[in-house]
Write a protein that binds this ligand. Structure first.
Ligand SMILES: [Zn+2]
Length: 239
């Protein structure tokens, strides 16, 4: 199928430009739309025999929905000198100190980033990823000890659709972006995945394990629903 990966579509009603990502799928049964908060785009999923025309027809029929969803997205917070980045839910100023050494580090309530300005956003993201690894590792160790389990490995990823996951082999994976959320939100997501090491399902027994580890289930789920898209849009924009 010769489709571009993405393009901008001009909608008539309501009038506006809409960023579109084309996503051919061999498994899809029908044309469908979803919002990618990180790319601030509408993803159009096309089953094998559907083409661009069918995708655009669905987009135009749902133009009001798409434009309102895109408009509701939090603004992108680029990682730039003088800007802010949340760590554990606390805003930190990003301070560029090209002469200093040591990569990026916390000092005096600020995130100090050394080196060339061109690499600043990358360095902030690298710092957050490493910090996420430290925090997730400590939280997972505590929860695992309570449940008498041990993760096989812990990985940090930049996932778009899930904040955490637990593989059959006991490997846990988390979005490094969770380090920007309040600590109790991160703690809940880690507790959830560690509990899957005892129960690979969402049964009542599973939720009882989660409740032993974290009292913040409802609040954390609500927080992620409200603020998750902003986490996905922080930092250098991908694609
Ligand atoms: Zn789960």
């Amino acid at each position: 199928m010769d489709l571009p990966d993405s393009e901008t579509i001009r909608l008539a009603a309501p009038p506006g430009d809409c960023r579109v990502q084309w996503r051919p799928s061999v498994r899809a049964r029908r044309v469908s739309l979803r919002i990618c908060p990180r790319a601030a785009a509408v993803v159009i999923i096309l089953p094998p025999r559907a083409g661009r025309r069918a995708g655009l027809a669905l987009l135009r029929a749902n133009g009001a929905w798409a434009m309102s969803r895109l408009a509701a997205l939090a603004p992108v917070a680029p990682f730039e000198a003088g800007g802010q980045v949340a760590i554990g839910g606390q805003e930190h100023e990003i301070r560029h100190d090209p002469a200093a050494r040591g990569g990026a580090f916390l000092h005096d309530g600020a995130l100090v980033v050394t080196g060339e300005a061109a690499f600043l956003a990358r360095r902030v993201a690298d710092f957050l990823r490493a910090e996420a690894g430290r925090r997730v590792g400590a939280l997972a160790a505590g929860h695992a000890a309570i449940l008498g389990v041990a993760p096989r490995a812990i990985r940090l990823k930049d996932t778009r659709s899930r904040w955490g996951s637990c593989a059959r082999d006991g490997t846990l994976a988390f979005s490094w972006r969770l380090v920007m959320a309040p600590g109790w939100v991160l703690d809940y997501v880690v507790a959830h995945e560690v509990a899957h090491l005892r129960e690979m399902n969402h049964s009542a027994r599973f939720w009882a394990h989660v409740a032993r580890l974290s009292p913040h289930r409802e609040a954390a789920v609500a927080w992620l629903r409200a603020h998750g898209p902003a986490l996905l849009r922080a930092g250098p924009r991908a694609g």
